[in-house]
Design a protein around this ligand. Structure first.
Ligand SMILES: Nc1ncnc2c1ncn2[C@@H]1O[C@H](COP(=O)(O)OP(=O)(O)OP(=O)(O)O)[C@@H](O)[C@H]1O
Ligand SMILES: Nc1ccn([C@H]2C[C@H](O)[C@@H](COP(=O)(O)O)O2)c(=O)n1
Length: 319
């Protein structure tokens, strides 16, 4: 495959201005993306790229039935500026186009679940930015409840105080810097076992997810309880040792010191509590895509998630 970008310089609103092409070895267009000045987008896939044998043409875009011209030939016309680009640049644009079309008609939800330190938050931030969606780290809501109890020196098993704190959680005011303390995470995992506390927080999380254009939510029960109808469900995991090593690196990167064995023990204890509780335990939804990042760098995990999401979006846009 080869990839090309063409800038068509004109003032015609009905025509696209930025065009991206994936050209197969037979020199015919395999995929085409067309971006318009008003922000709209169309795309085409030569069949049977996804499933079925017909071409997919969305938003008035089609693949040309003629071979792709030479760059020199395109550039000989001064209203065009064409260049060969890397596959990764095309894929990013492709992904953006699919999501943009989907968001025009649906509130788009990406649910990310997984154990502590698996990289859910890191991935959620990248995906929300890429697909232009709102972002909610639901762990912060449980942390906010735990933090309120700790601040008032209340025991973590005071369920009615935890319910009151849960009602007071304001999603717009979650302070990551304060709530990311290790003690808040450990305590959050304890208050998260109470069904009444969960119901109050889940209601707020669902309202957040429903707000257009949609959201990426990460937590423990997003795909199973909070958003069971999410468009995409990812279960992000990594071995406990890898997660502990990442946590240690994170602490050391800001000048702190910690003990690997203690971090590992913490992580395993948290896994046991989050996976073993009776209400909404951490587990992959039946229709979740598993992403084990133990051997994946952050960028690789993002690209793998993007490939999963784009495959689903291409099929949904087609339907
Ligand atoms: N694929 C990866 N490769 C290497 N490091 C990673 C990867 N993903 C995340 N990290 C790092 O691991 C640490 C934990 O990541 P992150 O906070 O995203 O995990 P999390 O699953 O959201 O954790 P928690 O549930 O406790 O909030 C961070 O320092 C992050 O930079
Ligand atoms: N959807 C969620 C999110 C979080 N929790 C609980 C369990 C976690 O151990 C704790 C802290 O989460 P983190 O910030 O580490 O992601 O909160 C939950 O039960 N459900």
């Amino acid at each position: 495959m080869r990839y090309f970008f063409v800038h068509w310089k004109h003032d015609i609103p009905e025509e696209p201005s930025h065009l991206w092409y994936e050209v197969a070895d037979d020199n015919f267009q395999n995929r085409t993306i067309e971006f318009y000045a008003d922000g709209s987008v169309g795309f085409a896939i030569r069949g049977p790229a996804i499933d079925g044998s017909e071409d997919i043409e969305v938003g008035g875009t089609g693949n040309s039935t003629e071979g792709f011209p030479d760059l020199a030939e395109i550039n000989s016309d001064s209203q065009f500026e064409a260049l060969e680009v890397a596959a990764v640049d095309f894929e990013r644009r492709w992904s953006e186009a699919l999501a943009s079309r989907f968001r025009m008609t649906h509130v788009f939800t990406i649910a990310i679940d997984g154990p502590a330190g698996a990289g859910k938050g890191t991935l959620a931030r990248r995906l929300a930015d890429h697909y232009r969606l709102n972002l909610l780290d639901t762990g912060l809501t449980y942390r906010a409840v735990a933090y309120a109890l700790l601040q008032h020196a209340l025991p973590l098993d005071n369920v009615s105080a935890a319910e009151t704190a849960a009602r007071q959680v304001d999603l717009a005011k979650l302070d990551r810097a304060v709530l990311s303390a290790h003690a808040a995470g450990e305590a959050a995992s304890k208050v998260a076992v109470y069904p009444t506390v969960r119901r109050i927080l889940v209601e707020k999380q669902r309202d957040f997810a429903k707000t257009p254009p949609g959201a990426v939510l990460d937590g423990r029960d997003i795909g199973t309880v909070v958003c069971p109808d999410a468009d995409i469900k990812l279960y992000v995991t990594a071995s406990a040792e890898v997660r502990a090593r990442r946590r240690l690196a994170e602490i050391e990167s800001i000048g702190g010191t910690a003990n690997f064995t203690e971090i590992l023990a913490d992580i395993m204890r948290r896994d046991e509590r989050d996976m073993g509780r009776a209400d909404s335990p951490l587990k992959p939804a039946a229709d979740a895509h598993l992403l084990d990042t133990s051997e994946m760098a952050i960028e690789a995990a993002f690209l793998a998630a993007m490939a999963i999401i784009d495959d689903v979006l291409a099929k949904r846009n087609k339907a």
